[in-house]
Design a protein. Structure first.
Length: 255
């Protein structure tokens, strides 16, 4: 189980997130939502141990992750928002580096890398430098890196970024299959349609504070909205988005 208890983080005197609580069991997928600047990235960095909270703690299997970050990260697969890879390594070399750091044996590593590259349509590009990869190709390399060592917990921060339609559909089905196998998944995204389809639970932030949480169906019933898009607009945006779009069009076509 992955658990957050009262997670609070300040940058100087600026409050980034306040009193974040959730408990995520094996097989559950938590959709973590909020507008830009709401504290999503800060939360993700605390969950993977890159940032220490000012107050509160992250627990895995009941233990504070800060007590043994190396041990915790052995159970963790992480896809960051930005695909910052080593541009002069080839796709295969990068995955071999990840596998070595993970302590995967050479025969198992080679078999996994070859299979993943084939399944993610990257095998023909395995000897091409990452600097020549498209954004979508780099994103697929990140996904492979996160999955290589069969993690118990997956933390996905905007994993659809740059993916083509086919890859996005594969990822959506992959998340559902992994959760069915008992993986714990924390899914941070702006693509509400996908979140609604794959997430069993939701947590919605605004200005660093939780404004709604619970199972997807519970949140829907509590707010009285039929779709996640309507829930999000109702809770988070206090502006008429259709009117704003029309106003932008007026400026575009103005003489």
């Amino acid at each position: 189980m992955l658990e957050a208890r009262g997670l609070t983080k300040y940058y100087g005197s600026v409050l980034a997130v306040q009193s974040i609580d959730f408990s995520l069991a094996p097989g559950q997928v938590l959709g973590y939502l909020g507008p830009n600047g709401s504290g999503k990235s800060t939360t993700v960095k605390m969950l993977i141990g890159l940032l220490e909270p000012n107050h509160g703690q992250v627990l895995f299997e009941g233990k504070n992750i800060q007590q043994d970050l190396v041990g915790y990260r052995k159970h963790l697969g992480y896809v960051p928002e930005e695909a910052n890879l080593y541009p002069y390594l080839t796709g295969q070399e990068y995955l071999e580096l990840v596998g070595t750091l993970r302590g995967i044996s050479q025969p198992r590593m080679k078999a996994k890398i070859d299979a993943f590259l084939e399944l993610f349509s990257l095998f023909a590009h395995r000897h091409v430098s990452l600097g020549s990869y498209s954004k979508g190709m780099r994103q697929r390399i990140l996904l492979i890196s996160a999955l290589m060592d069969n993690p118990d917990v997956l933390i996905l921060d905007e994993p659809l970024s740059g993916l083509d339609a086919t890859s996005a559909l594969i990822l959506r089905n992959l998340i559902q299959s992994l959760s069915a196998r008992g993986k714990t998944i924390f899914y941070c995204s702006h693509v509400l349609e996908v979140v609604e389809k794959v997430c069993s639970h939701l947590l919605i932030l605004r200005k660093g504070q939780v404004i709604a949480s619970g199972s997807t169906e519970e949140v829907r019933q509590r707010i009285g909205q039929s779709s996640l898009e309507n829930i999000f607009l109702h809770l988070v945006e206090d502006r008429d988005v259709a009117q704003i779009a029309n106003n932008i069009v007026d400026v575009v076509v103005s003489p």
